[in-house]
Design a protein around this ligand. Structure first.
Ligand SMILES: [Zn+2]
Ligand SMILES: [Zn+2]
Length: 116
């Protein structure tokens, strides 16, 4: 049995983990704390940072997905996952966004060329 870091409840990690994953679509093992499903789901609901870490698909580093997604969304209006369909840390997402903008500019320029 595991003991929840938040509420102190003793719980079966397998059962609570499955509950968490089916509710949130996230991976229970990525949680930095030992949390029962209820506390873990609550933390995700309020977008608490410092708890849930994902591996960046570009640089391979673990990053705080909640914090990085929120920071990126504040600047660009969407999460990296929405924009690029993949999980990226803030730095890689910014890089990907710049490349994406450049591609758009290049495409516009080429379209103009075609019209002439
Ligand atoms: Zn708990
Ligand atoms: Zn990265």
């Amino acid at each position: 049995m595991e003991k929840c870091d938040r509420c102190g409840k003793e719980f079966d990690e397998k059962i609570e983990g499955e509950k968490f994953e089916s509710e949130t679509g996230l991976i229970y093992d990525n949680l930095a704390l030992t949390l029962c499903a209820e506390c873990a789901i609550d933390a995700m609901d309020v977008m608490e940072s410092g708890i849930y870490f994902e591996e960046c698909t570009k640089c391979g580093n673990a990053y705080d997905m909640i914090a990085d997604d929120a920071a990126f969304e504040a600047v660009y209006g969407k999460t990296p996952e929405h924009l690029f369909g993949t999980l990226l840390c803030f730095d890689c997402a910014e890089e990907a966004y710049e490349e994406y903008q450049e591609e758009l500019l290049n495409t516009d320029w080429m379209d103009e060329e075609d019209e002439e």
